[in-house]
Write a new protein. Structure first.
Length: 255
């Protein structure tokens, strides 16, 4: 391949310089100093460890669970400003005796509120749901679904779990039969070594969420700033790429 003439190289250099100038001018409105400081902050967060990011994510997940529960309460006609405190008090009381996870508890209450149409009934059914989950080796999600079905009058689903009822048995009697079979399972499990370990994990999870609650607003600001920067930079870079076409045409046209 022949050497590219000096005149062509100078032409390409001038064209490239002009396009880079456009990019620099386009990015001029972006606070590069703030971006640099942000980069240092992110680097510092990475140096502190993945733990802070995980804590923020845990807090975000908890926030989502709380918002979903609030939506379910409001949809049932309840006052969330009143309900939130009583629900958290009920969850905390149950956790003192069992290995209940607070996130799973909120999810269960959400499902039970939709099933019963009453968040107070849902809270009352939470201990039974936990006992069923423990005794029948079910997830809290599956146990809440089952309890919700029985509360709605679908008592036939209990045959699979060793509870046979007469035809026409009311939902109240069916729930009582479930309590007789599975009642106390969660509290008993909470006294075992495995249960104590799970309670410890729950306590550490609470600490993680508390730390994450402090980190989360910072993470949200970085995410918003990053998204804004990307949206502002895309058209600038697209313009630069389009402007660079003559450079490639000049070089490859010669070659």
């Amino acid at each position: 391949m022949a050497d590219i003439p000096l005149t062509l190289l100078l032409k390409v250099k001038d064209m490239a310089t002009a396009e880079l100038g456009k990019v620099k001018e386009g990015l001029g409105g972006i606070n590069l100093g703030a971006i640099a400081l942000g980069g240092l902050a992110v680097g510092g967060a990475v140096a502190l460890g993945k733990a802070l990011f995980d804590a923020g994510k845990a807090a975000a997940d908890e926030q989502v669970g709380v918002e979903k529960l609030g939506a379910a309460v409001r949809a049932s006609g309840g006052d969330w400003t009143v309900a939130s405190g009583s629900i958290e008090t009920a969850i905390a009381a149950l956790r003192r005796k069992t290995a209940l996870d607070d996130g799973e508890a909120r999810e269960a209450i959400t499902k039970l509120t939709f099933a019963t149409g009453d968040y107070k009934k849902a809270v009352d059914l939470l201990p039974l749901t936990l006992d069923l989950a423990t005794g029948a080796n079910l997830s809290m999600e599956a146990a809440a679904k089952l309890v919700g079905q029985v509360a709605e009058g679908n008592t036939g689903v209990l045959k699979k779990y060793g509870i046979t009822l007469d035809e026409g048995t009311s939902a109240t009697d069916a729930l009582r039969a479930m309590q007789e079979k599975f009642g106390g399972q969660a509290e008993t499990f909470g006294t075992t070594y495995e249960g104590q370990q799970k309670r410890l994990q729950g306590a550490l999870g609470d600490l993680k969420e508390t730390i994450g609650g402090l980190v989360l607003p910072i993470m949200q600001k970085f995410a918003e700033a990053g998204a804004d920067l990307a949206q502002r930079a895309i058209p600038i870079l697209e313009g630069a790429i389009e402007g660079a076409r003559p450079i490639f045409d000049a070089v490859f046209g010669y070659i």
